[in-house]
Design a protein around this ligand. Sequence first.
Ligand SMILES: [Zn+2]
Length: 445
Amino acid sequence: MMRKTPGIAITLIALGLAVGTVRASVVVSPDNHSTAGRRWLRKPIIISFSPSLASPPANIKSDSDVLGALRRAMQSWANAADVQFLETSTSTETISPPHDGDGVNVITLSPANAAVFRSSDSPGQTRVFYDSGGTIIEADIALNPNAQFSTDGTPGTFDLESAFAHELGHLLGLEHSAIIGATMQPRQAKNGVYGLPATTQRSLSADDQAHARSLYGPQNGSSISGRLTTNVAGRARMIYGAHVFAEDISGRVVAGSISNASGNYRLEGLSPGVYRLFGQSLNGAVAALDIGQAGTYFGLSDTTPDFRSFVGSASTPSQSLNVSGNTANRLSFFVFTKSPALTPRLIGMNAELSTAALPLKPGETFTIYLAGENLDQVTIEGISLSSPLMEIDNTSLKEEDFSTPYPVISFRVTVGAAVQPGDYSIRLRAADGELAYLPGALTIE
Ligand SMILES: [Zn+2]
């Protein structure tokens, strides 16, 4: 994390290490084509608790409620979708080697798994095994024995329940999300970021729930899907690694999707409602490199070709899409390629910058920071929040000094008492009209 420390030079390399902790997950599969059907068909999913959960190693703060944290994380997913877990125990402490599963879905804290982690900054890893048809047949979760964990918000430790919730998402077949407030976003902040416990990822975001519903029901809901294309030197090109996300009429982010190599995105698990769609290159708080660490998008390092953010639905003047129940809606976009110049990369509060969503509370006022290239070109009128119940103080815009290689601005936001729980976005418009979004950057518990 980067603290407000005027006068102290921080190099670009240090910045790269400072903006949050990348979670690793390895997805082992016999083929790497589609994600369709990459889920469990077995019900219930049998979860085998290893002895290390009841007798945790020394990297787990003593008296932590490990079993409670794990069971609550399992319950969160069971509440979100038609998923049933059955708890059992095993004497196994190690996750299965790649391509050599044993059929036991172990969850372990054991130091025996140290070798699968390259860094103490990675909280957990889930290894998923599929059959030749793409059905998940085993998934093992190890938390990093070289990282510190707690359940009481101890600064410098990872929150156990948040880590379990994220890894269980992988166990169910979910991939990383580019919604900043999602449990499935690639990075987990340590407790103490923003001077607060980092526990917002314990609760699943609407995006996490939509992805779980799309895989397991109860109803798969409605979908919006389409393709992003552009034109390069007179030839049509599909856009790989574009983020498309949807907000409902209250401004709450409901789901996000990242376009595959064929340019296709797919938002699923949607309730009937009116949605606005947005598209962006992945160069912000969740970067393409984070998404490209594992799974379907393995190797993705940039949105290609990249483009400037847009608000969707060219077909309707209101830029919104009315989705009725259990329908498949098609919405494709033609995008002009032009590299973004306005690139918000970090968010912050309490004099600290990070990539973790900002936990706001109804009825309170907060000073929010944004950092990235050309943010000093944005006026207060160019900043808006997706919720009409969050009000920006239009006299509060300031430039701040964080020793970052790009400008940092701050402004005050008062959160209305009636705002509903969920993830909301920050939207920026530069003087030349360029748009940029931080989807789900503001989270209301
Ligand atoms: Zn992950």
